[in-house]
Design a protein around this ligand. Sequence first.
Ligand SMILES: C[S@@+](CC[C@H](N)C(=O)[O-])C[C@H]1O[C@@H](n2cnc3c(N)ncnc32)[C@H](O)[C@@H]1O
Length: 215
Amino acid sequence: MQLKYKSYWRKSGLKGKWGNIFLERLSKHNPKNVLEIGVFCGVTAKNTCEFLYKSNGNNFNYIGIDLFGGHQSEIKDEIEPTFLKDQKFSNPLKNLYYNFIIKENLNSIESVSKFLKSYKDNIRLIAGDTNKVLKEIDLKSIDFTFLDGGHSYQTVINDLTILYQSMKGQKKIILCDDYGKESFIPEVEKAINDFVKQNNLNLNLIENRFAEIIT
Ligand SMILES: C[S@@+](CC[C@H](N)C(=O)[O-])C[C@H]1O[C@@H](n2cnc3c(N)ncnc32)[C@H](O)[C@@H]1O
């Protein structure tokens, strides 16, 4: 299968070669049910659904969780990449189109739902802070998680702990962004290292960026 990550004239956390490297991880593990924590504008979500559709036909599920512009409930110290803070585009045409013509917030649940509408029967988008909502979701069928939501130590530990409760010993995949030096967030690295050590897990460093944990 040809793996080419498309950016769809939106914003994505996985620019340039990183989108294709992400798709290679999906291809290697060939999941049916994927969870993405941190959906942002839905570009990785759409690429993931396209991949899942090509591999499984309609027999797949995608769950995406994001604040979708809501306020983080109790966490005051969340670390956000600067490109998330407001909807600024380096391309002036994009700025004109999204901010002045259609006036669409690409990180809203309405915008992402519309963007993913061809997969509406296979997807579930959840608006909320993972520190609250993740424990309420049935994660048993999830084979592959892309962990790319809150970047504070507390949130990463919370998310990994809840995921691991449902996935322990089942050889499921948790691919974590912003671990290695190519996209380094110190709190993310520390949380992942502490978690892996406490649970005696192995971690693969992928292209000096992603940490891949097999449960
Ligand atoms: C780096 S972006 C995700 C990029 C996306 N995975 C992609 O490939 O384009 C991080 C996202 O996580 C969301 N986020 C931050 N803290 C969160 C939290 N505690 N719970 C849920 N989502 C959170 C933000 O709203 C933001 O959209």
